[in-house]
Design a protein around this ligand. Structure first.
Ligand code: SAM
Length: 355
C-alpha cells in the first residue's frame, strides 16, 4: 500500500456529475433565441424543386493536393438560384466559394469520427448510469455496456445495448474495434488486471482511448485525526487483507498506470483526487463532495464489509455488525478529517498498431 500521507496535494477533486441534468439545461444562461419569420419570407422555401436544383453538381468538384482531397475553392453556382435576383453579382463569389482549408477525404473523416467516439464499451456497467449518460451525450455513437448481473434498466436509449457477460471470459468482440473503453470502480472484480488491460488494449482501435476510474478503499488524514487503532482504519485494513486472500485486490488503483503502459498504451495520464469522508473541508466544492461521500461511506461499510469479514475473515455476523456500527459512528465524528483518493487514468493505443 502507498503511505497514508498526501504528497500530491495540489490536485483538486473532480466535479461529480449532477443527476438529472439534461442537454438543454446547459443553455440556461445563453439560450438560442428564436428568430421571427413572416409567411412570405423566402428563408423557408416550400418549393422542393428549388432546393434540389441548388445541389449543383459542381459542389461535388474536389481539389486534390499533395495526395489529399479538399473542398473546391473554385467558384460554384450559387446554391439558391431562386435568390439570385436578390443578390448583387459582386456578392455571389463571396458566399459561393469555399474557404475551408482542411481535407475532406476518408482519412480526415476517420479523424473527425475519432473526435466523437463511434464505438464505446463500458465494462462492469452496474446500474448503467455512465453508459446512459454517454448514450445521451453522443447520440451518433453505439454504446455496449456489460455486466455479469442484469441489474440495468429494461428501458434504454436506441444507441445503447446492455449485455450480460463476464469480462474475465474470452472476449468475442472484434479486435481494434472500440474508440473508447471505460472501466469504473472494478476493484475486487478482477483476478488478473494485467490480462484485462491487455484485452482492453487489443480491442481498442488504434488511436482510440481506454479510461479507468478507481477509488482507494483506504483512509488518510494529514492532521493525525485518523489513528491506526481507530475503527475506520482497522476496517479498511481488514477489507484490504480479506480482498487479497480472495485473490482480487481492492487497492490496486495506484498500479493501473503501470499496467496500461505495460500493455502498450501511450500518452498515459494519471490524475489523483482527494475525496473527504465528510463535509469537513472549508472549500465549498470539497464540502459538497464530502456531503455525498458521507452518505456513500455509511452504506459502503456494509456493502464491502459484510461478506469479506464473515466469509473470508471468519468473523461472526454479530461481531461484524457491532464493528461496522463503530465504523459508522466514527465516520460521523466532526473532528475526523479523513479522506480517500480517487484516481483516473487514460491512455491511447498507438495509431499504427493494427496487430
Ligand atoms: C462497484 S460496481 C461499479 C459499477 C459501474 N462501473 C459504476 O461505476 O457505476 C462493479 C460492477 O461490476 C460488475 N462485475 C463484477 N465482476 C464482473 C465481471 N467479471 N464481468 C462483468 N461485470 C462484473 C458487478 O456486477 C457490478 O455491477
Amino acid at each position: 500500500m502507498p503511505s497514508p500521507s498526501a504528497s500530491d496535494r495540489d490536485r483538486t477533486l473532480p466535479h461529480l456529475p449532477t443527476p438529472g441534468i439534461g442537454h438543454f439545461s446547459d443553455h440556461s444562461d445563453n439560450g438560442i433565441s428564436i428568430d421571427e419569420f413572416s409567411d412570405e419570407d423566402a428563408e423557408f422555401s416550400t418549393d422542393l424543386a428549388d432546393d434540389v436544383v441548388s445541389l449543383s453538381s459542381s459542389v461535388l468538384d474536389y481539389e486534390y493536393e499533395n495526395g489529399r482531397r479538399y473542398h473546391s475553392n473554385r467558384m460554384v453556382s450559387p446554391p439558391f438560384p431562386g435568390r439570385r435576383a436578390q443578390v448583387s453579382p459582386a456578392e455571389i463569389p463571396t458566399w459561393s466559394q469555399g474557404e475551408y482549408m482542411l481535407p475532406n477525404d476518408e482519412e480526415e473523416q476517420d479523424r473527425m469520427d475519432l473526435k466523437t467516439p463511434q464505438e464505446i464499451l463500458d465494462l462492469g456497467t452496474g446500474t448503467g448510469i455512465w453508459a446512459l449518460d454517454m448514450a445521451e451525450k453522443f447520440p451518433s455513437a453505439h454504446i455496449t455496456a456489460t455486466d455479469i448481473d442484469p441489474i440495468q434498466p429494461s428501458w434504454t436509449l436506441p444507441n445503447l445495448e446492455f449485455i450480460v457477460e463476464n469480462f474475465e471470459d474470452e472476449w468475442l468482440y472484434k479486435k481494434n474495434h472500440f474508440d473508447y473503453i471505460h472501466a469504473r470502480l472494478l476493484a475486487m472484480c478482477v483476478a488478473d488486471w494485467p490480462l484485462l488491460i491487455r484485452r482492453m488494449y487489443e480491442h481498442t482501435k488504434p488511436g482510440g482511448y481506454c479510461e479507468h476510474q478507481e477509488s482507494a478503499i483506504w483512509a488518510w488524514s494529514d492532521d493525525g485525526s485518523l489513528t491506526a487503532d481507530s475503527p475506520i482504519f482497522q476496517h479498511v485494513q481488514a477489507l484490504d487483507t480479506a480482498a487479497r486472500l480472495t485473490g482480487r485486490e481492492l487497492n490496486m488503483w495506484y498500479k493501473i498506470r503501470g499496467w496500461m503502459i505495460d500493455a502498450g498504451f501511450e500518452d498515459v495520464k494519471e490524475s489523483v483526487y482527494f475525496l473527504p469522508y465528510s463535509p469537513w473541508p472549508r472549500d465549498p466544492h470539497l464540502k459538497e463532495l464530502g456531503r455525498y461521500q458521507a452518505v456513500m461511506a455509511q452504506q459502503a461499510v456494509e456493502s464491502y464489509g459484510l461478506r469479506l469479514c464473515t466469509q473470508v475473515l471468519g468473523w461472526g455476523v454479530e461481531p461484524a455488525r457491532i464493528f461496522q456500527a463503530m465504523v459508522k459512528q466514527q465516520l460521523r465524528d466532526k473532528h475526523l478529517h479523513a479522506y480517500l483518493k480517487v484516481v483516473t487514468v487514460h491512455g491511447r493505443k498507438p495509431r499504427g498498431d493494427w496487430s
